[in-house]
Design a protein around this ligand. Structure first.
Ligand SMILES: [Zn+2]
Length: 111
C-alpha cells in the first residue's frame, strides 16, 4: 500500500509561500534561545556586581544567595530574585537620598 499522498499544485504553491515564514520563525526561535542563553551569565555577573559594589557591609551570600538587608539604606534587597528594574530603582533612590543628606550636612556644618 502506498502511504504517500499526492500533493496538489495548489498545496505545493501554498507550502512554497509559507515555508520562508516558517523557516524565519524557526530561525528566530533559535536566535531567541541562543540570546537568552548568552544573556543569562551576563545578567548573573551584573547582579553580582550590583550586590558586591553597592556599598553595604554584611552582605548575605551563603549558598549562592545575594542579599542585603540594610534597613537604614534600603531595606531587604534580594539581588538574585528581585527584578533588575526594582533593584536599580532602589539603589538609585538610596544614592539620591544619601547625596541629598550629605549636601544637607555640609550646609549645616558651614559657618
Ligand atoms: Zn545594602
Amino acid at each position: 500500500m502506498n502511504t504517500f499522498r499526492r500533493w496538489t499544485i495548489g498545496e505545493i504553491a501554498a507550502l512554497k509561500q509559507s515555508l520562508p515564514d516558517a523557516l524565519r520563525f524557526v530561525e528566530w526561535s533559535v536566535h531567541e534561545a541562543a540570546l537568552a542563553q548568552a544573556v543569562q551569565p551576563l545578567e548573573r555577573k551584573y547582579r553580582m556586581l550590583l550586590w558586591k559594589s553597592h556599598g553595604c557591609q554584611g552582605l548575605y551570600g551563603d549558598d549562592g544567595e545575594m542579599q542585603c538587608a540594610n534597613a537604614k539604606r534600603h531595606g531587604l534587597l534580594d539581588f538574585k530574585r528581585m527584578s533588575l528594574e526594582v533593584l536599580e530603582n532602589a539603589l538609585f533612590e538610596m544614592r539620591v537620598r544619601e547625596v541629598s543628606e550629605a549636601q544637607q550636612a555640609i550646609r549645616e556644618a558651614a559657618p
